[in-house]
Write a protein that binds this ligand. Sequence first.
Ligand code: ADP
Ligand code: MG
Length: 537
Amino acid sequence: MAAQPIFILREGSQRTHGSDAQHNNIMAAKAVAEAVRTTLGPKGMDKMLVDSMGDVVITNDGATILKEMDIEHPGAKMIVEVSKTQDAEVGDGTTTAAVLAGELLEKAEELLESGVHPTLIASGYRLAANQATNILETITISVSPEDTETLEKLAATAITGKGAESYKEHLSALTVQAVRSIVEEREGKITVDIEDIKTEKRPGGSIKDSEIVEGVLVDKERVHAAMPEVIEDAKILLLSVPVELKKTETKAEIKITTPDQMQCFLDQEEAMLREIVDKVIATGANVVFCQKGMDDLAQYYLTKAGIFGMRRVKKSDMDKLARATGAKVITSIDEIEESDLGYAGLVEEKDVTGSRMTFVTGCKDSKTTSILLRGGTEHVVDGISRALEDALRVVGVALEDQMVVVGGGSPEIELALRLKEYAATLKGREQLAVTKFAESLEVIPQTLAENAGLDPIDMLVEMRSQHEKGNKKAGLNVYTGKIEDMYENNVIEPLRIKTQAINAATEAAIMILRIDDVIASAGMKAGPGGEMPDMEL
Ligand code: ADP
Ligand code: MG
């Protein structure tokens, strides 16, 4: 029988196989890592990203850049995943993780070329990553939750290089104060949920006008100018239903033939509305936040009763208000009890650069904090907000773990040296992989030096020699261009940044290495009800 070709894939499917597939994926992943590399460190550059709508984002935050880049290559996407996970787990170190993953692949490729099997590289890399965690423990410094000074240094390190240099101290202090206020202790363990901090951005003014509001900040004003601007001892009602007459669900027609009838109809409508408003007033509330609409006439009655009312409040704001004030969100005006009301010491509407905002402070639950961010322009405020987000997360993580390391490439150099020693104790080819892993870690100090316009080789040599002398905190001070004690330079990061970056980068690199076949379908051409593809065998 003549050999017949065998088709197992639908026509148009693409398949790359063996070392081609591997090479292809590695190239793509490396390209992505390369793209964010120039942004690493305090002296890193920024990227300007323009989306399809023409909106501009200027940032040097790895996770943001990769999120905004419309990446399609499956191999490249895996690096994006690394930085996303890093962002979710720690909130900082996203560039580090992506750059590290790229370098691990670069070094792996050298091994592949010299004939080392991917499985061996994978197991060597795993060994090295595990050992790295152990080595990191030896250079970890513990930090007490009461140690405000160190926490502020952590925040400042996270903010460095994000365009807020001159206000670093103010923002770090703000960060620590905000995170402190939401710390929860359960069974002796500290947990921090940064979601509890609400950030409102407001362009205008200066970064140093940014402030903490101990309570909830709502970016809205009261519905009627004649309502009181300030309410002390606020009894707060939260409504998720409108203060309006219900629209009938059936289509009805009313025939009015005389002016009397018209008047009668209007009076009736007013009475019905009045009844609803009376129910609201009868609750004893002096502040009403309504998620839906508020009829003009209802506004008038509420104003007459001296109530502060707000309409179309965002759902997320309603939830925050409910938590902070202890109020229940009411879904039916007929069923309000006094216990459903919440309490705040002060509800106040204030002017913030030309527009009005409402400050709800002195709440029942003191664990609600908002940050009002200010800054020259919208892009400035956006940048600060991203930097602050990193800082808040970093301080949160440090409070949870209470373990930190110094930065500036110092831990990476220590790891590289110790891992090379560890490699020497191994037998077989895994030794090669562990050595390459160690070399890969040096990409971080190397890039920090490159981005600061320094000679990376000189810097690495000096760092290695300092570490060999036992100076385990020696790192690169990018401002002086010298190798210095990073602890004394106040460059401190949570341990979790490093462990997470190493683990995520290793896993992604291994996953990419183990792929030897890429099969891309031709797309779902035969959609639902379409033709089934022919199976030719
Ligand atoms: P990532 O997204 O990985 O956090 P960054 O651009 O924030 O990227 O850079 C983080 C790196 O910069 C870390 O290795 C950190 O130790 C280093 N770094 C931060 N501040 C300094 C400093 N003042 N001097 C030297 N290195 C610093
Ligand atoms: Mg950072």
